[in-house]
Design a protein around this ligand. Structure first.
Ligand code: SAH
Ligand code: SF4
Length: 416
């Protein structure tokens, strides 16, 4: 019985809020100075998401030519501009007027941590009220034939209502959803953080931070439109990860935003998935697989299936066989993420031999699989999410061993 393999302690593991990623620090982390956080006030519309008609109307009202809108849009994404007062192209009076009518940023970086020889930046972003979210940036320098990439992992919610027992965010409960501007501003602030280190712009965005993007549907879609529009990031370079909000997947397919969809599957039977991803009770596997398949057909994008491999829970060959069936049915790629331990949970990654057997089963069935290797530092990985999303991926060899590390699709190699 698959369910019998779920170890005790699940309920205890869910108790008590656990701050997201508090343990991500590694011995190589270093505090670096950050700009003074801007005062964040909720009263004015955000520049990053104000619509073209509203911006045009505001500029008209202020007696400005329409081309000022383009200047403002460009300034939004200038890495050195932190407020209207710093937009040199604008007359001083207009800067002051705009500052009274719009908010330049809805988030402010209050702490910035560098790890992994400067390739990983972890930003703590203060939002309105007492809320903060973490945003992680991974720089992956050009190497051989592969081009440079910089991937930002954004949060769409403070906490999450889905409550997956292996996830630190799930144990926080949901505090609130982010606004579209707060998501866009995470990307903008990440671009600034890269620029402060002399690095290039953001190239990829993954919605794999705190929260369930399709539970914050309007936020996700509105922020995607801005990222694809004024930020100029191709939808092909954006991945939205979902725990399986079926109506959201169906809606997203019809938005004309062909982003990559990653489905966090983690279990191939309803009995087990009901426990690992409680949302499954409302949206069981059959409907989820059908919606994911429809998404792939409509958008032409290949799906990813995420599988957080938990020792003694979902690492059996019965589950592997179920995963093979679903992956084949969807033509999907599988990402296996050995579970990052979180405080208070008895769960963790399986022993290496069990993990290898699981992977071998997928591989021998012809499924394309990559592994996100947690390696060293796992003990500090209070949150499995941002970290897992950005960790290096290693190809599985036919003998079940892992090939040497190569740059991650959504990230960069860490040390070693
Ligand atoms: N809520 C969305 C997106 C954020 S989670 C979702 O669930 O898809 C991003 C990924 O991190 C998901 O696949 C999630 O299952 C995984 N994850 C969460 N906690 C983890 C942990 N402790 N170890 C490994 N992966 C984890
Ligand atoms: Fe929410 Fe995703 Fe964490 Fe589940 S894994 S609790 S859906 S953030």
């Amino acid at each position: 019985m698959v369910n019998d393999r779920v170890s005790p302690g699940t309920r205890a593991a869910r108790q008590g809020p656990v701050p997201k990623m508090t343990g991500m620090a590694t011995p190589t982390d270093a505090r670096v100075p950050t700009p003074a956080p801007a005062r964040v006030s909720a009263s004015r519309p955000a520049l990053s998401t104000v619509g073209d008609p509203d911006l045009a109307a505001l500029l008209r009202e202020l007696g400005q030519p329409s081309w000022r809108a383009r200047q403002l849009r460009e300034a939004t994404w200038q890495p050195y501009v932190n407020g209207f007062g710093e937009i040199r192209q604008l007359p001083g009076g207009l800067r002051a007027e705009l500052a009274g009518r719009l908010r330049f940023s809805t988030a402010a970086v209050t702490s910035e941590r560098v790890a992994d020889g400067g390739q990983t930046l972890k930003l703590l972003c203060a939002l309105d009220g007492p809320q903060t979210v973490e945003t992680v940036v991974m720089e992956s320098p050009a190497r051989g034939a592969s081009v440079r990439r910089a991937t930002v992992c954004v949060s769409t919610q403070v906490g999450c209502a889905v409550g997956c027992p292996f996830c630190a965010t799930g144990r926080m409960g949901l505090r609130r959803s982010c606004t579209p501007a707060e998501v866009v501003d995470q990307v903008r602030l990440a671009g600034q953080a890269l620029s402060r280190r002399g690095l290039g712009p953001v190239t990829h965005v993954v919605y794999m931070g705190m929260g369930e993007p399709l539970a914050a549907y309007e936020t996700t879609v509105a922020s995607l439109r801005v990222l694809v529009g004024s930020a100029g990031i191709s939808p092909r370079r954006i991945t939205v990860s979902t725990s399986g909000v079926v109506p959201g997947i169906r809606r997203l397919a019809a938005e004309g935003l062909p982003v990559t969809l990653a489905v966090s599957l983690h279990a191939a039977s309803d009995a087990l998935r009901d426990r690992l991803v409680p949302l499954n009770r409302a949206h069981p596997l059959d409907g989820l697989v059908a919606a994911a398949g429809a998404y792939a057909r409509t958008t032409g994008r290949r799906l990813s299936l995420e599988w957080c491999l938990i020792g003694g829970v979902n690492d059996g060959l019965d589950q592997a066989a179920g995963l093979v069936g679903i992956a084949h049915r969807l033509g999907a790629h599988v990402n296996v993420i050995p579970m990052n331990r979180i405080d208070g949970s008895p769960w963790g990654p399986p022993p290496a031999a069990v993990g290898r057997a699981f992977l071998r089963h997928l591989l021998s069935a012809g499924v394309t699989v990559t592994v996100r290797d947690t390696r060293g530092g796992e003990a500090e990985a209070a949150c499995g999410q941002l970290r897992a999303a950005l960790e290096p991926r290693r190809q599985l060899r036919p003998d079940g061993s892992l090939a040497p590390q190569r740059p991650a699709r959504h990230g960069a190699p860490l040390r070693g």
